[in-house]
Design a binder for this molecule. Sequence first.
Ligand SMILES: Cc1cc2nc3c(=O)[nH]c(=O)nc-3n(C[C@H](O)[C@H](O)[C@H](O)COP(=O)(O)O)c2cc1C
Ligand code: SF4
Length: 441
Amino acid sequence: MTGPTILFEDIDERGLNTIDVYRRRGGYESLRKVLTTMQPSEVVDELMASGLRGRGGAGFPSGRKISFIPKVDVDKYLVCNADESEPGTFKDRELMQKSPHMLIEGIVIGAFAAGATKSFIYIRGEYVEQADIIDAAIVEAREAGFLGENILGSGFGLTLHLHRGAGAYICGEETGLLDSLEGKRGNPRLKPPFPANQGLYQGPTVINNVETLATMPHIIKMGGAEYAKIGTETSAGTKLVSVSGNVQRPGNYEIELGISSREIIYGLAGGPPEGRAVKMWFPGGSSSPVLTGDDLDIAYDFNTLAQAKSMLGSGAIIVVDDSVPVVSVALKLAKFYKHESCGKCTPCREGTRWTVSMLERVDQGLATPMDLDIMASVQEQIIGNCLCVLGDAMAMPIGSMVAKFRDEFEAHIEAARARNPWAGEGPPDPDPVLVQGASGA
Ligand SMILES: Cc1cc2nc3c(=O)[nH]c(=O)nc-3n(C[C@H](O)[C@H](O)[C@H](O)COP(=O)(O)O)c2cc1C
Ligand code: SF4
């Protein structure tokens, strides 16, 4: 059993992307209920009661986030984070493609609760088809009176614009996204001030992930208390998980939070190909510390995964089987973060570059076991010392791989050394530039 289906209940209904079919399935009725019978504070109360936590990565309580918006008479904004750039994550794409009105309905509900009158969807540049679908849905919603001035005669008005990104991972980070939306280079901002106080154009701003917002109409429909009964006490509701890597049935699945991870990886996604075993898996996108094949019975929810020293993140489960060398995964991952680092702060800019160089030395058999200790310690120095968590997003999984697969790293070095021209002579003197990088100089 994987629990109730909420977001994906009608997801394969033909034509659900059109307003007619969406309304026939009860769409926009939650918005009607909100605008005709509820005060903004009551919507926030329902969201609080539901226990909904952000589905974009950090898992912050969604009702509480809206409650932080100051009740002052200035322009307020709601921004939907549809950048979906975390490797392995592709759930928002399916939601937007098949049910764009569910997202729009959630945006209007969230904006009403926050007192926002202007809203934006920031969608990743590669999602061309999904952006076109959303654009068409916005036109339909506006024509039907669910967007624009005086929605459903309530006196509440909201504008909604779609903004296409240009393919930078860092523009998924909420403040980098805001800078990009303002037309600047997408660099993260120093926090505080947090977006709730000074966000887009310095105004109070709520930023939520696509899945978080798309869940709001369902919470209004069923009531926060009912929603909270699904899942666990600290991880309420259902979650869309994107399962990829070495599994037989990769794809998006909606699960009740708290079911076993084995049920997702083997039950839903079919497990690794015949004859293969799970070597390791990322529970929440490539930024999450890896777990191993021994951890498959861990409950899939925010708190249990945190207790296991990993995280639920974006809900992207990447499975790696025992045919894949751990060093190749680590190197590929480090190269990604090095490429995507915006370069604004030193631990991330230098740490990602240095880690790639070090992993290349490991891969070529030029490193020593002591280098693995240095590499692990460098990851620890990155964590918590960066302006945003992109640096941590590389350091946490790399650190976990070195810690959990130390023997394989060492065997990889030995095997590579036996094959390369340095065999028998030991590794060359350490590169002074790399050693300098290791000390953080
Ligand atoms: C490097 C980086 C990339 C991120 N990418 C995304 C993303 O693509 N989509 C997303 O929703 N959140 C992303 N986040 C998380 C956002 O900063 C933010 O926490 C989230 O949009 C808040 O929405 P939620 O409360 O609904 O989860 C990213 C964070 C970091 C540090
Ligand atoms: S941690 Fe990396 S991506 Fe984030 S601000 Fe610093 S350099 Fe930029």
